[in-house]
Design a binder for this molecule. Structure first.
Ligand SMILES: [Fe+2]
Ligand SMILES: [Fe+2]
Length: 377
């Protein structure tokens, strides 16, 4: 098998190294920005092959999606009152910030915090998480609209069209929750924006799937699952339940579509996909460091980022679990081990390879389905 010399971290990430603290500590590049334009370089494809069901698993997903629509305005009880501190401190307790590495370590910017600071952090941090999810949902909305145009298969165009509606609903529902129940919001994290820009910018249609359906939505599905498990706030719990039922289909859409495409790719083409999966993994690790929250809390962001990167692996289980859908799906798609296991080595470096044998998401959407009585008729 011919292998291609992989690009260096510098070439893939456009910075001196994976752990370049100055680059990772950047945040909030342009707080005044209202519209953000990205070049979408792909061709829009018509297909004259209208044979519905020629890809049966995508067709089944499309039929399932049509019967699983819900309404963010009417299927949730927005009269529920939310006490942000009571509702969100539970996430600080469950997350990787509730460890001696942050509360006691001499290098931690939070080592001298009392209850007042930790209470504020809980609200800010949760508002930040939901804000980033909302921005990511808008990324999904744009990416899936792009897939409708660029994918050559009719079954995939049909399915992607249902996902466009799902993503509009997700942006809507997160914005409504942030607006009505929290009242604290954050701009998009630059590392998330960089990833979304790269995904939209790429001219190859399968890269949209890899970046969005496998990486961004894989992380979202895992994160929503963790939040759903932890929260006792009934409105958020139901909201997450609904969103997860959609996201599980979206990730399945990526796995089912890419399996077919990757079968026919050359080693060089697969290597480019591995590099993209690595880049996306690093961007998402960077974006989880909550740069904007540390800044709003008055901490030194660079110090907080450095401290976050130094976290011992055993204290970082929460963030590792966020990769619990991505790594098994990359394995299922053959990306971990192609080209002498290049991606396996890279995912070992960012500390997530242990998750490879968890269940992949090709069919998992069935388990996340809403019951008939959960969907408005
Ligand atoms: Fe979504
Ligand atoms: Fe999605």
């Amino acid at each position: 098998m011919t292998t291609t010399e992989p690009r260096t971290d510098q070439e893939i990430l456009d910075r001196s190294s994976m752990d370049d603290v100055d680059a990772i500590a950047e945040f909030n590049a342009d707080p005044a920005e209202v519209i953000h334009a990205v070049k979408d370089q792909a061709e829009a494809l018509f297909t004259w092959d209208y044979s519905k069901g020629s890809r049966p698993r995508l067709d089944k997903l499309y039929e399932k999606a049509k019967n699983s629509q819900w309404n963010a305005q009417t299927d949730l009880d927005w009269s529920i009152e939310v006490d942000p501190l009571q509702a969100f401190s539970i996430f600080t307790e469950a997350s990787n910030v509730n460890t001696g590495h942050w509360t006691e370590h001499p290098d931690s910017p939070a080592k001298n915090w009392g209850d007042k600071e930790w209470d504020q952090f809980s609200i800010e941090s949760f508002a930040w998480r939901l804000s980033q999810f909302k921005h990511g949902e808008q990324g999904a909305l744009l990416c899936t609209a792009k897939i409708v145009e660029t994918v050559p298969w009719i079954d995939a165009k049909y399915y992607a069209a249902t996902q466009v509606v799902d993503e509009a609903r997700h942006v809507e529902v997160f914005e409504k929750y942030i607006d009505e129940k929290i009242g604290v919001r954050y701009p998009v994290n630059p590392h998330l924006q960089l990833l979304l820009d790269d995904i939209i910018n790429d001219s190859r249609w399968d890269m949209t799937y890899l970046g969005m359906q496998i990486m961004v939505e894989g992380l979202a599905l895992a994160a929503f699952g963790l939040m759903h498990q932890v929260t006792t706030e009934p409105l958020l719990k139901k909201l997450l339940r609904y969103v997860m039922s959609d996201e599980a289909r979206h990730v399945a859409f990526g796995v089912l579509s890419l399996q077919e495409v990757y079968q026919d790719m050359t080693a060089k083409e697969i290597r480019e996909r591995q590099e993209f999966a690595f880049e996306a993994g690093v961007r998402m690790r960077d974006r989880l460091l909550q740069q904007e929250v540390w800044d709003r809390m008055g901490a030194n962001v660079k110090q907080a980022v450095q401290h976050g990167l130094n976290i011992p692996e055993e204290d970082d289980l929460f963030n590792q679990m966020l990769f619990s859908k991505i790594v098994p799906n990359c394995r299922k798609l053959g990306l971990l081990d192609a080209g002498d296991g290049w991606l396996r080595e890279k995912y070992t470096e960012i500390g997530v390879i242990e998750l490879e044998h968890l269940e992949d998401t090709g069919e998992e959407y069935q388990a996340f389905s809403l019951e008939d009585d959960e969907v408005s008729s």
